[in-house]
Design a protein around this ligand. Structure first.
Ligand SMILES: NC(=O)c1ccc[n+]([C@@H]2O[C@H](COP(=O)([O-])OP(=O)(O)OC[C@H]3O[C@@H](n4cnc5c(N)ncnc54)[C@H](OP(=O)(O)O)[C@@H]3O)[C@@H](O)[C@H]2O)c1
Length: 334
């Protein structure tokens, strides 16, 4: 490790807040040496996630700050600890770990490192985006074929993969997004109907064009899009709640409405929350599957083309995602 710098930088939460920029600092720390069974990885790409605000708010941590930030990253092995088999300096790997993304170097257990041919934007985008889409549709959504599947935030990091996966499973796919440019991309990815919710009312479109209802919804936006999804479910319909980005920046909206069972019982409908991290034992199987599909060209990763570089631009990247301007997965390049 003689050629490695003595220190590296990472983004840490020091003042937990939903405002990622205000919550975080860039700190310089000593370069660690990998212990037995560990790898030292030089980060090349880190994925940006809607939930970075939940991380900066401290929702994922039981301990006091500082907390490390970021989740998925791809990079190059620069040092290998004792008792590591199957990895050597120069190999490229993918890792998915809380706090493992926004840092120039990272120590990763070799058992948790996924070998990849090359760290690329597409492979980095696959880690959480495609993984969440496939796991949520399959495990919580019990996705089948010949159904009507609705994906909200369809042109986002998770949504773009969900559209392709639902379409390839033989479903009619509806996607929501905010701009005509995103809509064009969604049609290319396989959406049969795109609802540009800034131009047409989602509830009206669903009521008039899908009077039989929607069978499965992958819902990550919350508020109005959640309400329209539940209101337009078919009999035996399922809504999988993967997030509610429209409420990440502020306090929960408090509404007055009849209890949700009034909408569910008469359709034998299901509302189900899903976090991929609650199924750790299933991640390797699903990650292997989506990685294979991307490498074979059967799934295309939609990567946002706004460039962000290094720890200095992590907060800019997080704010870009939360502005809703991103088309596909937002990445930070190191
Ligand atoms: N459960 C899990 O395991 C898991 C894992 C990863 C992500 N997620 C969830 O999946 C959802 C998507 O996450 P992502 O990281 O892939 O982000 P993303 O979809 O790449 O970006 C967020 C998109 O949400 C849309 N959006 C709608 N209302 C918004 C609002 N009020 N503020 C900001 N954006 C809004 C925007 O697209 P339009 O402007 O086109 O609407 C924006 O581009 C989030 O809810 C996230 O928490 C869940």
């Amino acid at each position: 490790m003689s050629e490695l710098p003595a220190t590296y930088r990472k983004v840490v939460v020091t003042r937990p807040s939903r405002d990622f920029r205000a919550a975080t600092d860039i700190v310089e720390v000593p370069m660690p040496k990998p212990g037995p069974g560990q790898l030292l990885i030089k980060t090349l790409y880190a994925g940006v996630n809607a939930s970075d605000l939940n991380i900066s708010a401290g929702f994922y941590f039981a301990d006091e700050p500082p907390f490390d930030t970021g989740v998925e990253a791809t990079g190059e092995v620069v040092a290998v600890g004792a008792d590591v088999n199957g990895f050597k300096v120069g190999d490229h790997v993918l890792s998915v770990m809380l706090g493992g993304g926004y840092r120039e170097y990272n120590i990763v257990d070799a058992a948790m490192a996924i070998p990849i041919p090359q760290a690329t934007p597409e492979i980095t985008a696959t880690a959480v985006g495609a993984l969440t889409a496939l796991m949520a549709l399959d495990i919580a959504g019990e996705m089948r074929s010949n159904e009507i599947v609705l994906i909200t935030a369809a042109a986002g990091g998770v949504g773009n993969f969900a559209v392709q996966i639902a379409k390839q499973a033989g479903n009619h796919v509806i996607g929501t997004c905010s701009t005509p440019e995103k809509a064009e991309e969604l049609r290319r990815l396989g959406c049969d109907r795109v609802i540009v919710y800034t131009q047409e009312d989602m509830n009206t479109v669903l009521q008039t064009e899908y009077p039989q209802g929607v069978n499965l919804v992958l819902e990550g936006v919350g508020t109005d899009q959640f309400d329209s999804s539940v209101a337009n479910l078919a009999k035996l319909g399922r809504v999988v709640i993967i997030g509610f980005i429209s409420e990440y920046k502020g306090e929960p909206q408090v509404i007055t409405a009849p209890r949700i069972y009034h909408q569910l019982l008469w359709k034998s409908a299901t509302l189900r929350g899903f976090l991929y991290s609650d199924y750790p034992e299933r991640i390797p199987e699903y990650l292997g599957q989506v990685m294979q599909l991307v490498l074979e060209g059967k799934l295309t990763a939609l990567v946002d083309d706004t460039p962000f570089y290094g720890v200095e631009q992590v907060a800019d990247a997080v704010e870009h995602l939360h502005s809703g301007k991103n088309k596909g997965k937002v990445l930070v390049r190191f």
